[in-house]
Design a protein. Structure first.
Length: 256
């Protein structure tokens, strides 16, 4: 893998552009490391480094149902970025929506319910633009916010009078969103091996060591391009570490 840096940096964080019932959300992280040749080019000079590439974290959104979990509506596609408020999909007649984390839900909720879980839902609804209140009571105002959310999702509420929702219909997601790595297609039956979605929640990164002179030529936030065969990842320099003395067979310098 070859990284081309035009200016400055130490720790490079590259984001791939175009990579590829009830609900149970599971988080799986991948962190495969490999050796990589990273090349820095500044002006007419160049320097090569041995770096380590780490894959970004991924998360699976798995959905189950009392019967077969069949995808009835695919709302996102690989390469797309999803954010709180977006629809994750419809499975066996149930629509799933992303809401901002943290989300402290543990039971299905009905109009008139009270508690901290209701407050958590209200805060999440407020963050995606729906006036829901913050008093921990699923009252008429919160019910209206839920109706609006599901109308935007193109789906009816599970029950409208009184308003009732299943807590697993809401999938917690960070405010920065995530990139869709894979999405089960229309008509697919979901299994442990085929979740509704696989999301990349953090980008892959490249780390190498630069000496004092080389590190001085780098700057945080500098655009970088990392090439792996015919594929290319666009990213930026995330950080330049403090100088570290050589240890063992390691090289003295700044961790990039």
């Amino acid at each position: 893998m070859l990284g081309v840096v035009s200016g400055a940096a130490t720790e490079m964080e590259a984001t791939a552009q175009g990579m590829a019932g009830t609900a149970e959300q599971t988080t799986r992280q991948s962190g495969t490391a490999m050796r990589a040749a990273v090349e820095q080019r500044v002006g007419d000079t160049s320097a090569s480094f041995a770096g380590t590439v780490a894959a970004g974290k991924t998360r699976s959104v798995a959905v189950t149902a009392e019967g077969p979990a069949v995808v009835l509506r695919q709302t996102v596609k690989p390469g797309q970025t999803v954010r709180p408020g977006d629809v994750a999909g419809e499975v066996s007649g149930v629509t799933y929506v992303f809401l901002p984390e943290p989300l402290a839900l543990y039971r299905d909720l009905t109009e008139g319910d009270t508690g901290e879980d209701v407050s958590s839902l209200q805060r999440a609804l407020e963050k995606v633009g729906h006036t829901a209140g913050k008093d921990g009571v699923l009252d008429a105002r919160t019910a209206r916010a839920l109706r609006e959310l599901f109308q935007e999702a193109g789906a009816p509420l599970p029950q409208d009078t009184p308003v009732s929702v299943g807590w697993r219909q809401f999938i917690p997601l960070g405010s920065g969103g995530a990139q869709v790595v894979s999405a089960a297609g229309y008509g697919a039956t979901l299994t442990d091996d085929q979740p509704l979605l696989r999301l990349q929640t953090s980008p892959p990164s490249v780390q190498f060591t630069a000496d004092v002179t080389q590190a001085a030529a780098l700057r945080k936030g500098q655009p970088v391009r990392v090439a792996a065969g015919s594929a290319a990842l666009e990213g930026t320099v995330a950080a330049i570490g403090d100088f570290q003395a050589a240890q063992g067979e390691g090289r003295a310098g700044h961790t990039i």
